[in-house]
Design a protein around this ligand. Structure first.
Ligand code: DX5
Ligand code: ZN
Length: 217
């Protein structure tokens, strides 16, 4: 339990009052802040990019966990690194030369993550698992917060956990979409290390207790 990480997703925050929203995170024991970058092409929504992240960087000591839901992450990777994120996760569905993109992220000194949407099987990652620091399992179709978790997608956590034990890989398993106090216990049990939480964190009147609950459930 001591290695568990909770990562509130800024997607569910009020973008006009970001200082107040970040203060909410600082009031909890959430160690990471999850940043959803969307391009209106890979997913049917738009969020924010390097400028906001660069302005956020000096305002927080939390680990900045970026999740690029964009069709062309390669041009964005150096910009995200420059903006000061700590981890960059890209989608396996978005790039042809996934190994090259992952190496680019690592060469910039950032943790490198790969993500899969609910319709992509774990087997699609077989050739990249030994190279990544994070595997982000999407348990909703990416693009929006507040959706309910797709149970079959969460079973991929178990397969990934079994693979890393068998092969001796070091990646951490992160889960994104529909995380709340009812879904969290089974996600940890399946082998998750990091839980991303958007709407359930920011809509909770007491994010501090919510976070403590997630970390201990
Ligand atoms: C969805 C994003 C998630 C989102 C999760 O496309 O990748 O990070 O913020 O939101 P909730 O926790 O509300 O499902
Ligand atoms: Zn995300």
């Amino acid at each position: 339990k001591e290695n568990r990480i909770v990562a509130p997703s800024l997607l569910a925050a009020n973008f006009f009052t970001l200082s107040t929203e970040i203060a909410k995170v600082h009031d909890t024991s959430a160690q990471w802040i999850h940043l959803d970058v969307m391009d209106g092409h890979f997913v049917p929504n738009l969020t924010f990019g390097p400028k906001i992240i660069q302005d956020l960087r000096p305002q927080t000591d939390r680990f900045l966990d970026s999740h690029l839901m964009v069709s062309n992450p390669d041009f964005l990777i150096p910009l995200m690194a420059e903006a000061g994120v700590d981890a960059i996760t890209i989608h396996s569905e978005a790039v042809i030369h996934l190994h090259r993109s992952i190496q680019t992220i690592k060469a910039l000194g950032k943790l490198a993550g790969v993500s899969i949407v609910p319709s992509t099987p774990v087997s699609a990652l077989s050739e990249i698992l030994s190279f990544v620091d994070i595997v982000l399992v999407m348990t909703v179709n990416p693009g929006f917060g507040g959706q309910s978790l797709i149970e079959s997608a969460s079973d991929k956590i178990k397969s990934l956990d079994a693979i890393r034990i068998k092969m001796g890989y070091n990646f951490r398993i992160s889960v994104d979409g529909g995380v709340n106090s009812s879904t969290a216990p089974s996600l940890w049990k399946k082998g998750a290390d990091i839980l991303v939480t958007g709407s359930s964190f920011f809509s909770d009147p007491d994010p501090r207790s919510f976070t403590s609950f997630l970390l201990s459930c």
